[in-house]
Design a protein around this ligand. Structure first.
Ligand SMILES: Cc1cc2nc3c(=O)[nH]c(=O)nc-3n(C[C@H](O)[C@H](O)[C@H](O)COP(=O)(O)OP(=O)(O)OC[C@H]3O[C@@H](n4cnc5c(N)ncnc54)[C@H](O)[C@@H]3O)c2cc1C
Length: 308
């Protein structure tokens, strides 16, 4: 007889582990596949200061370790490999293949594969991540209170991040590669009215400079390089949802984010749910991911109740 598991969670960030904790506590047999980044995006940051319950902040890696231990405690089986191929069906059994040639048959799936910020591919970008470079103003803006920062990008995210930072930081240099914004007219109108945002069109960063922490950036404009002292740089040029393996299997929007029902993690396929950044192009926070992870587990529980 074939072994059919109740639920497989794909992805081990806050969404995946929150789902696992809830499934474990409902006594639903499940596996979690960690993928290439066990713990998800937060393991690439230093201190997380906005996750409720940690008044002194907590290192991203420690927060994810706690989630891992909590899931294990309630019976989660953690598999340290990744899903390479999925065959979602309308007939209640779904097949997944791993990079270890494992074939798994499951009644339900929670997709929690997150997204990855696009990077500039400039030397030292990785080195200063968490030490002056950030991909999230909501997460790290307060670190640069009353200091000068730069935001890179000309789309909606970059303008929204700049507006957010204008309430916290001293000067925000908004660095735009082209001679115009890609952002909505509404945001453009707003940004021109904010006095502490200085817009630098036709400009890119050519170098990040510092020892342990970022100290300067080189700005490139019309072949001229200018060295600028800066406390922080926010890279806001977009995200890639990790959904390539789900192409043609499930409904996505044109950017590749999985579409879920309103106030739900249900996708267009019965038994397939999506939680966290992979279905959220708007909030992209650990707490919202954990929240939708919890929702997905509760929805799986209901789905399995009616499973014949
Ligand atoms: C540098 C940085 C700092 C941040 N700081 C904060 C902060 O301070 N506060 C905050 O609230 N948010 C912060 N965020 C945002 C936060 O990290 C994300 O919103 C959150 O991690 C999203 O959780 P998730 O579970 O949806 O996905 P992720 O954390 O992205 O996890 C995705 C998981 O899916 C796995 N995966 C992908 N593909 C596969 C596959 N094929 N098979 C199996 N597994 C797969 C990956 O290995 C990973 O484990 C930060 C983000 C970054 C990049």
């Amino acid at each position: 007889m074939e072994n059919v598991i109740d639920c497989v969670i794909i992805g081990s960030g806050p969404a995946g582990y929150s789902a696992a904790i809830y499934l474990g506590r409902s006594n639903i047999k499940h596996y979690i596949y960690t993928g290439d980044i066990p713990g998800g995006q937060l393991i690439n940051t230093t201190i997380v200061e906005n996750y409720p319950g940690f008044s002194k902040g907590i290192l991203g890696i420690n927060l994810m370790n706690e989630m891992y231990k909590q899931a294990i405690k309630f019976g989660t089986i953690v598999k340290n490999n990744k899903i390479l191929k999925v065959l979602f069906s309308n007939k209640k059994k779904h097949i997944l293949y791993t990079n270890k040639n494992e074939k798994i048959i499951t009644k339900s799936v929670i997709i929690a594969t997150g997204s990855l910020p696009k990077n500039l591919k400039i030397k030292n970008e990785k080195k200063f991540l968490g030490f002056g470079i950030s991909y999230c103003a909501t997460c790290d803006g307060m670190i640069f209170k009353k200091k000068n920062v730069a935001v890179i990008g000309g789309g909606n995210t970059a303008l929204e991040e700049s507006i957010f930072l204008s309430r916290i930081c001293k000067i925000i240099y908004l660095i735009v590669r082209k001679n115009r914004f890609k952002a909505s007219k509404y945001l453009q109108k707003k940004i021109y009215k904010i006095k502490n945002i200085k817009i630098l069109f036709n400009t890119t960063i050519s170098k990040f400079i510092g020892n342990k922490k970022l100290k300067y950036i080189n700005l490139l404009n019309n072949n001229n390089i200018k060295k600028k002292k800066i406390s922080g740089v926010f890279i806001a040029i977009g995200y890639y949802p990790n959904t390539l393996i789900f192409k043609n299997q499930i409904k996505m929007d044109k950017k590749g984010y999985i579409i879920t029902d309103y106030k739900s993690t249900k996708t267009n396929k019965p038994g397939i749910f999506a939680a966290g950044d992979v279905q959220d192009n708007k909030y992209r926070q650990a707490i919202t991911s954990a929240g939708s992870g919890c929702m997905s587990a509760l929805e799986v529980e209901k789905y399995l109740l009616n499973y014949l």
